[in-house]
Design a protein around this ligand. Structure first.
Ligand code: HEM
Length: 490
């Protein structure tokens, strides 16, 4: 399968099983099983998952080779049947193979949705939604009721994303919530057809295919509705392109591009599919990961009360008696930023990133990686490597104070957003939400774990699936920050 010149540390003693190859080694949390294998066999594992030659990268050094030195070679994505069937034949940004189509759609998403400028344009949306969210938590706090922070954070991030992408919220619709949950679950579900095509019938037998068909039909219908609502609004606004909505909402920007024929790729050739796929991509790439990151950060702070105290002291010192932390305040919050980095280090929401595919034969660590090899970068294992990190398994945010290591794709020992051409374009969008939500949660409330919730809240187990969420919900009791109340009543 793979030509080895210097293979003493590769797991070839583990002969692949017939048909399934090394699939049985993955377990239910593949980032953990693969990290254990890498500890024994080295930072570049060459496996055969079903029929798919696969390389697994587990060190900063090899990750740099993949995402920097040979970035172009590894800039494609493998065809994945879930994405193909759920996201219009993968004609979105995240799952499309390398080439001009991907380059242009990525550019459109950045310019009209994810750039630092657009993120600033959406500031008011973040402020309004977080204010509503804090008011809800305050109501629960006044009634001494515990808050299921996991559920509320999921709704909050979803509402923000829907408003900036679609122009309004949909979380009030039960059908929408269920459809979206099923969509992200399915995208993260292992499909036998991807690895062992001759066993593809197993997907049919276990009902996976019918779930995919149903979910696609529902989501497509939903996007049709969103497009029609926008078309109606535009007709009543007599097509004026410069009005406020055009500046605020991704769907309007896509429709304007299509109508004006401004995009380099012809958005009318693949009909509505490109536009629909770009809208769907927002949900595929952007909703679960953001709230998962906030959830883990709060969970670590609850588990580490001294970090919680230090973070609250910083936030409250900077914000003073104002009722909310502003984005200008946040610029000064070094400990808060260190906490976010430390949480993303221990809990990257996509622990194996998004798979890449080699576009040509390449040599890595003395091994030839054939064209077509699927590549997983184990960001979770790399960020816990004791060679690169002191106290690697501990939550210790202080490591990031007065330290330039960042997650923007230049430090290969810390790559929760990936790096290189395929690196996540949603970093600014994400950090704006993460920092603003966390600063305000810490400013407005003190947090306690109700006795009956302790076991689940303090248990840091992960869910399986593509996004590693906290397995047990974060159910907490909030107590209003008396400092704000006193200052306001005084
Ligand atoms: C905590 C939040 C997030 C994390 C941890 C995250 C992580 C990632 C990772 C690991 C990749 C693959 C990188 C690679 O292959 O090198 C990726 C790709 C991507 N992300 Fe994010 N992401 C987050 C939020 C977002 C948001 C909010 C959006 C947009 C709404 C977004 C849009 C995308 C897109 C479009 C891609 C595909 C890029 C490409 O293939 O060219 N992400 N993200």
């Amino acid at each position: 399968l793979i030509n080895r010149r210097n293979a003493t540390n590769l797991p070839w003693s583990r002969t692949p099983l017939p048909v399934i190859g090394h699939l049985h080694l993955l377990g239910s949390l593949p980032h953990r099983s693969l990290a254990s294998l890498a500890k024994k066999h080295g930072p570049l594992l060459l496996l055969r998952l079903g029929g798919v030659p696969t390389a697994v990268v587990s060190s900063a050094e090899v990750a740099e080779k993949v995402m920097k030195t040979h970035d172009l070679t590894f800039a494609s994505r493998p065809a994945l049947s879930m994405a193909d069937r759920l996201v219009y034949g993968s004609c979105d940004v995240s799952f499309h193979g390398y080439g001009e189509y991907w380059r242009q759609t990525r550019r459109i998403s950045i310019v009209h949705f994810l750039s630092a400028k657009r993120v600033q344009d959406f500031r008011q949306v973040r402020e309004e939604e977080v204010a509503l969210f804090l008011a809800e938590v305050r109501t629960a706090a006044t009634a001494f009721s515990p808050v299921n922070l996991s559920k509320r954070l999921a709704t909050l991030t979803n509402d923000i994303t829907c408003r900036v992408a679609l122009g309004r919220k949909y979380s009030g619709e039960k059908q929408f919530r269920e459809m979206l949950k099923e969509f992200t679950t399915l995208l993260g579900t292992f499909s036998m057809a991807d690895y062992v095509p001759c066993l593809g019938w197993v997907d049919e037998l276990r009902g996976l295919n019918s779930r995919v068909r149903k979910n696609f039909k529902e989501f497509d219908g939903f996007i049709e509705r969103v497009l029609q609502e926008h078309a109606k609004d535009r007709a009543t606004d007599s097509g004026s392109c410069s009005e406020v909505k055009d500046c605020l909402d991704f769907v309007d920007a896509l429709l304007s591009l299509r109508n004006r024929g401004d995009a380099v790729i012809d958005l009318t050739v693949r009909g509505w599919e490109t536009i629909k796929a770009l809208i769907m991509d927002v949900f595929a790439a952007g909703t679960d990961s953001v709230f998962t990151a906030i959830e883990w950060t709060m969970a670590e702070l609850i588990k580490n009360p001294s970090s919680m105290r230090k973070a609250q002291e910083e936030v409250r010192r900077i914000v003073g008696s104002h009722s909310t932390a502003s984005e200008e305040d946040i610029d000064k919050m070094e400990y808060l930023k260190a906490i976010i980095k430390e949480s993303l280090r221990l809990h990257p929401p996509l622990p194996l990133l998004v798979p890449r595919e080699a576009m040509r034969h390449t040599e890595l660590q003395g091994c030839v990686i054939p064209k077509g090899t699927r590549v997983f970068v184990n960001a979770w294992a790399i960020a816990r490597c004791p060679k690169d990190w002191d106290r690697a398994e501990e939550f210790w945010p202080e490591r990031f104070l007065n330290c330039s290591v960042d997650f923007k794709g230049h430090d290969f020992k810390f790559v929760p957003f990936g790096a290189g051409r395929r690196g996540c374009p949603g970093v600014s969008f994400t950090t704006a939400i993460l920092e603003y939500v966390l600063a305000n949660l810490l400013h407005s409330f003190d947090w306690e774990v109700p006795e009956e919730e302790k076991a689940g809240v303090l248990d840091m187990s992960e869910t399986d699936g593509i996004t590693a969420r906290k397995k047990y919900d974060l159910v907490l009791r909030a107590k209003p920050n008396l400092g704000i109340l006193h200052a306001q009543s005084g």
